[in-house]
Design a protein around this ligand. Structure first.
Ligand code: C5P
Length: 256
């Protein structure tokens, strides 16, 4: 007799999928190939991110949201870097104009059997698998929206954006002890996240950069769990230097 409780990938409760928005151009990193395909330790960032998600016990499907003109490049990268675990299915879909649209297109590709979704930025390639597991477990434990976060080391100012290089006037200084910087993967009850994306799809503007913020606007409760320093986002050139150093240390200490 089989016992599904030991293997969350085949549990009767429904599947857990990861959606990886990877359709950004990464202009802040400088010119070149799409950010998700830039190498880190010789391997594209996106491949690191996919490996981290597929190593999580719960995840049985990964949907990669590629640049609209880059789906073949992403498929070629996946072919060149096969996953060690073929129990995990990987789909590639084309992304949109902004992150919100890319996530919505990723969600649309999920089969009906998926009831928990983790949304993870390709730009956070070094997320530890323990963090992925912790977020997934908290959603399975009944939280509709779970976000990893860290305290903010700097004091943060709210400004009225200045024009033409003028110094920016400060509007407020929020109490730092009540601020958190959020990371990914953010975990959601699928129906809750899908509803948020459906309701806010037609709003004007640049689109949300944070899925949890969209769920907050529905009025659903969002909770934070401790994030991890190594889940940082690779945005600017110095972040690449840090990411290479973290990877080199991992390789030296645990043969990663
Ligand atoms: O630009 P930002 O750093 O906020 O991007 C976060 C994530 O969203 C990245 O992994 C990026 O590839 C993704 N993204 C996307 N589609 C866009 C813009 C960004 O999937 N149109």
């Amino acid at each position: 007799m089989s016992d599904n409780s030991e293997n969350p990938r085949s549990g009767a409760a429904g599947r857990t999928a990861a959606v990886i928005p990877a359709a950004g151009r990464g202009v802040r990193l400088g010119p070149g190939t799409p950010k998700a395909l830039r190498p880190l330790g010789g391997t594209p960032m996106l491949i690191h991110a996919i490996r981290a998600l597929t190593q999580a016990r719960a995840v049985s499907l990964v949907v990669v949201v590629a640049p609209p003109d880059g789906t073949e490049e992403v498929r070629a990268a996946l072919y060149a870097h096969p996953l060690p675990d073929d129990a995990v299915e990987v789909l590639v879909v084309a992304g949109g104009e902004n992150r919100q649209e890319s996530v919505r297109l990723g969600l649309a590709a999920l089969p009906d059997t998926v009831d928990v979704v983790l949304v993870h930025d390709a730009a956070r390639p070094l997320v530890p698998v323990e963090l992925v597991d912790a977020v997934a477990a908290a959603v399975r434990g009944g939280r509709p929206a779970v976000v990893p976060a860290l305290p903010v080391p700097d004091t943060v100012k709210e400004v009225k954006p200045g024009e033409g290089g003028e110094p920016e006037p400060v509007v407020a200084t929020p109490d730092r002890s009540r601020l958190r910087a959020v990371q990914t993967p953010q975990g959601f009850d699928r129906a809750t996240l899908a509803e948020a994306h459906q309701r806010l799809a037609d709003e004007p503007g640049e689109g949300a950069t944070d899925d949890a913020g969209m769920v907050e606007r529905l009025g659903a409760p969002v909770v934070l769990v401790p994030g991890h320093q190594e889940a940082f986002k690779v945005t600017r050139p110095l972040d690449l230097v840090l990411a290479e150093a973290v990877l080199a240390r991992r390789r030296a200490t645990d043969g990663f």
